[in-house]
Design a protein around this ligand. Sequence first.
Ligand SMILES: Cc1cc2nc3c(=O)[nH]c(=O)nc-3n(C[C@H](O)[C@H](O)[C@H](O)COP(=O)(O)OP(=O)(O)OC[C@H]3O[C@@H](n4cnc5c(N)ncnc54)[C@H](O)[C@@H]3O)c2cc1C
Length: 482
Amino acid sequence: MIRLPTASTTHAHPPSAGRRLVLQGGASLALLQALGATTLTHLAAATDAEADTPPPAPSRWQNWSGLQQATPARWLTPADEDALREALARTQGELRPVGSGHSFTALVPTSATLVSLDRLAGVVDIDPVARTVTAWAGTRIQALARALDAQGLALRNQPDVDVQTLAGAIATGTHGTGATLPALHDDVVAMRIVTPDGRVRMLRAEHEPDELAAARVSLGALGLVTQVTLRVVPAFNLHRTVWLEPLEAMLAQAPALAARHRHFEFYVLPFTGYAAGIRHDIYTGQDLALPQPADEDVLGDLKALRDWLGRFPALRQWVAQRAIDPAMREEARHRSFRLLSSVRATRFNETEWHVPRAQGIACLREVVRRIEQRNEAFFPIEFRYVRGDGAWLSPFHGRDSCSIAIHAAADEPWQYLLSDFLPLMQRHQGRPHWGKLHSLRARELAALYPRWADFQAVRQRFDPQQRMLNVHLRQLFGVAAA
Ligand SMILES: Cc1cc2nc3c(=O)[nH]c(=O)nc-3n(C[C@H](O)[C@H](O)[C@H](O)COP(=O)(O)OP(=O)(O)OC[C@H]3O[C@@H](n4cnc5c(N)ncnc54)[C@H](O)[C@@H]3O)c2cc1C
């Protein structure tokens, strides 16, 4: 969400706790005074840290936001690859892999067999000369980043949170921001997959380029990924600056800022006329500083504004503009992995679309107009940059993209995330994030992906009995119910 300046510049808080805010300190207080409120209620207190504990084989599963739920008949949690192969040989029927449950779409739910590779976690090998790391598929991004850092290495980029499993993140095209930086799956040089018949397939960029192009973003439809080998880079520090800007000024400068900074993104603060910019550049100095996170307070402020003045949008904007301090800035300098990913305490549902780079700002303008017709909306709209790549089901396939993410609180209506934005995104050739809410089906998707049929052919070869398909995947791929 939004990362905003805070008064403190200590680095005492946990590594993944860098949060994004819009209003803070004096501005936040001024807003509360303007509203006559004394306290803010937060929607949820749970943190992403919970996801660090492997599931104790519960009977019931739900995703991070609670929207997707399932009661699988069997839950496999194999301790190693052989155990996985043996367990697969003993089961029949539908099989779905689950990572950390951070997808919003129904990729995971099954009433048959759910497979978690939480116990297949950790680094297998680091090759400092080739600059690659091989890790078990159930490794969380945060654990991988720390293990790499200990060896003087780092991931090239990271998504907004780092609790996803490696296999789960790659399977949906998970990305961060940076005009020249591709999504995580583009750094994959090899993958090991156990297909539903228990066979192990090794896919290497130099020997099986087509199968790897299919497997990079697979939606978990080819089999169980057990190991991934990724290209990595020498460890680096970043300098982060967060600032506020009138929305029109931010929209005008965004392409130049994206070209100038290693990582650049911004959040539109709906009903305020402002946006918060976040830029990260390589930092070679010694003076590290990481401010205390405060963006839950900011999100609370935006929600309070909505709760109190939602029916009076003009007044809502008037109050916000007087409460926001446009001079506010946050500076932070630390390890890349400590700055690029955050903790998200407030649960939400989300849709995200990737549009061709040249159409990004025009599309965002339409999104903002639409969201500001929804007085109930309060979450900031996130705008990021992602480099194109060649994976067959990558939403960035063949084109540099801008990503636009729209959120709704987990305990509030979210259906408008689908209905309001679909026609708009289709006009801009938008491709949905596979893990975030959308309603596209096979016919529309096939038209967006030039290698769609090639992917389906690989899928048929890897899983001829279509055991890896649940209801949602059958709808996506246009496969009739079993
Ligand atoms: C708070 C939050 C922040 C987020 N931030 C970002 C962001 O910055 N950028 C972004 O792009 N996305 C983001 N996402 C979306 C998230 O990164 C993706 O949905 C990702 O796929 C989740 O990974 P996971 O480990 O939770 O996998 P799950 O959601 O559990 O599963 C995702 C897919 O991976 C498959 N899968 C899992 N394990 C395996 C395996 N071993 N073999 C084969 N298939 C497997 C599953 O079957 C499923 O199809 C965010 C989500 C949340 C909730």
